[in-house]
Ligand binder design. Structure first.
Ligand SMILES: [Zn+2]
Ligand SMILES: [Zn+2]
Length: 257
């Protein structure tokens, strides 16, 4: 009944599962995590994430070029449209802007993000947006090239309430990761409290960012439960309520109902 809305299943550590992805998926299901969205980061891993999604009923895929994985030739709109036409691909991304790690490639990142937004509007498939230290440019590109009816999600959200609320006005959803469980994330927890439950998703971003009490270990989809439990505590809701509402949001955003 819980969805991990953002995981990199082609990169998670399968050594506890004898190398079997199916066993990791089962371990997640045993903890109530029944669906996952496996995220593409570039043209090299696109075939792999699509293959994973096509192999498992309860896994979907996205295709796109991560802002930190852009080569000098950015992916054209038509190529993105074509990639996303494959079975089980429900979203475009991850795309976006990351000026924290790569400010020198700003212009290239912006052009690439614009292409993803255009492909999203063309296909009606929402965008998965990665944004770090690029609040204004992220919002203005969405404003310029996005369509609120298609919208998307700001994933692994770590920015301000102002940014969250501006994005929600353009139809976006906000996805929180294990970072909200970290000791030093008090400000972000205030943002979680303010984001309406109808617009909230949860994710692991595995293999990165394992939540407390697994912080520092390798992350995997089964730990999205700790993220949902943290949201529940912050909002005075039960785990079941958060699981159910965030799953409903996932279905609404990605047109699965
Ligand atoms: Zn990301
Ligand atoms: Zn990611």
């Amino acid at each position: 009944m819980l969805v991990d809305s953002h995981c990199h299943l082609d990169r998670i550590d399968l050594s506890p599962y004898d190398g079997e992805l199916a066993a990791a998926v089962r371990a997640a299901q045993e903890r109530g995590v029944d669906r996952m969205l496996c995220i593409g980061i570039d043209l090299n891993n696109a075939p792999k994430v699509v293959e994973i999604a096509q192999q498992f009923d309860n896994i979907y895929a996205s295709v796109g070029i991560h802002p930190l994985d852009i080569s000098d030739d950015i992916c054209e709109v038509d190529a993105l449209v074509e990639l996303s036409a494959q079975e089980k691909v429900i979203a475009i991304g991850e795309t976006g802007l990351d000026y924290y790690y790569s400010a020198e490639k700003r212009v290239l990142q912006q052009d690439s993000f614009a292409n993803h937004l255009k492909a999203s509007v063309k296909t009606g498939k929402p965008v998965i947006v990665h944004t770090r230290d690029a609040r204004e440019d992220t919002l203005s590109l969405i404003q310029q090239h996005g369509d609120p009816k298609v919208a998307g999600v700001l994933h692994c959200f770590t920015e301000s309430w102002e940014m969250a609320s501006a994005a929600m006005e353009m139809g976006y959803y906000i996805s929180f990761s294990g970072i909200i469980t970290f000791k030093n994330a008090a400000e972000l927890r205030d943002v979680v409290k303010k984001v309406p439950m109808e617009r909230l998703l949860v994710e692991t971003d595995s293999p990165y960012l394992a939540p407390v009490p697994y912080r520092g270990k390798k992350n995997e989809p089964k730990y999205v439960r700790e993220v949902a439990e943290c949201v529940a505590e912050l909002k005075g809701l039960s785990f079941e309520q958060v699981a159910e509402q965030s799953s409903r949001n996932f279905d609404r955003l990605f047109n699965l109902v």
